[in-house]
Design a protein around this ligand. Structure first.
Ligand SMILES: [Fe+2]
Ligand SMILES: [Fe+2]
Length: 296
């Protein structure tokens, strides 16, 4: 009975999250109201436990995968683990730059969630893949995160205008690119290569939970960017510039050679990374309202 109630509740929650991420839908709440409601949502419902997901089927499936899908899974999960860990370790300045208690409180829930995502992949390697992370998986959009963190910290000592610009740039880099484009494409790739064939139900369940968390992260980030773009043309211009700058870094995630355990493998045909990145990229620019900027 209680599980039934929970399922209904989560169904409702998922609808709310879909609405949040659909930027065509209006949301009249101001930034603090939005942040507070997402903070409440995270406190009440963001309570899944990465240690509790059943991985027994995944162990069997992994042993039965063909060589290509097996190697690709190691490459793919390395990318995810690195990304989750990296964003978790560097997220504090994104919290500090936010201008209010409610926004900082909300962003603090994001911080712990990134560590939960990291914990899941750490566990997946230990219990299912049984290998270490690959060392040469390129993720260029992460390489400038240290500089971005420093810029955010430096902006804390500056005036409100510079702080706000630093926040806008931080939102593009993290919530816009890393979460809004790269991670979202990653979920699609998992579904195309493994999920649609009924493979790896533990990883599928983890992605379902991670996507719920990310729905809040991306929904908030994109809505903030859209508001900044509407508030001042200088923000719209800067967001667009950064999107263009990041494109070549983001595309590398799927264009790089895949080397696993010393051997190069072909990318599984279902991946179609470039096509997916291009589509997500265009969607995000449209979401924020910067896709037609140059024609204006
Ligand atoms: Fe994450
Ligand atoms: Fe996230």
């Amino acid at each position: 009975m209680s599980q039934h109630v929970d399922e209904n509740l989560y169904e409702q929650l998922d609808k709310e999250l879909e609405k949040l991420q659909d930027l065509k839908q209006k949301d009249d709440r101001d930034a603090d109201e939005l942040a507070y409601s997402l903070y409440r949502m995270a406190i009440r419902f963001g309570t899944w436990d990465p240690a509790a997901i059943d991985l027994s089927e995944d162990k069997k499936h992994f042993a039965e995968l063909d060589d290509q899908k097996r190697a690709y899974l190691i490459h793919f999960c390395t990318g995810f683990w690195n990304a989750e860990e990296n964003v978790a370790l560097k997220f504090c300045p994104w919290i500090m730059i936010a201008p209010s208690t409610h926004q900082q409180a909300y962003l603090s829930t994001q911080l712990v969630e990134e560590f939960k995502h990291t914990e899941f992949f750490e566990r997946y390697f230990r219990e299912v893949l049984n290998v270490g992370r690959e060392t040469k998986v390129l993720n260029l959009v992460h390489e400038t995160l240290d500089d971005r963190s420093r810029q955010l910290l430096e902006a804390l000592d500056k005036g409100p205008e510079e702080r706000e610009m630093a926040m806008v740039e931080g939102l593009v880099h993290y919530q816009g690119m890393i979460e809004g484009v790269q991670a979202m494409v990653g979920y699609e790739v998992f579904e195309a290569v493994y999920g649609q064939y009924g493979l790896l139900p533990g990883l599928k369940e983890a992605f379902k939970q991670i996507k719920r968390d990310e729905g809040r992260h991306v929904g908030f980030g994109l809505r903030m960017l859209k508001r900044f773009a509407q508030k001042d043309p200088k923000y719209a211009k800067r967001i667009r510039e950064l999107f263009e700058e990041f494109y070549s870094a983001v595309i590398v995630r799927y264009d790089q050679p895949i080397v696993v355990e010393g051997k190069e493998i072909e990318t599984p045909e279902e991946v179609r990374g470039r096509e997916r990145i291009d589509r997500m990229f265009a969607r995000r620019m449209k979401d924020i309202g910067i896709d037609t900027l140059q024609q204006v």
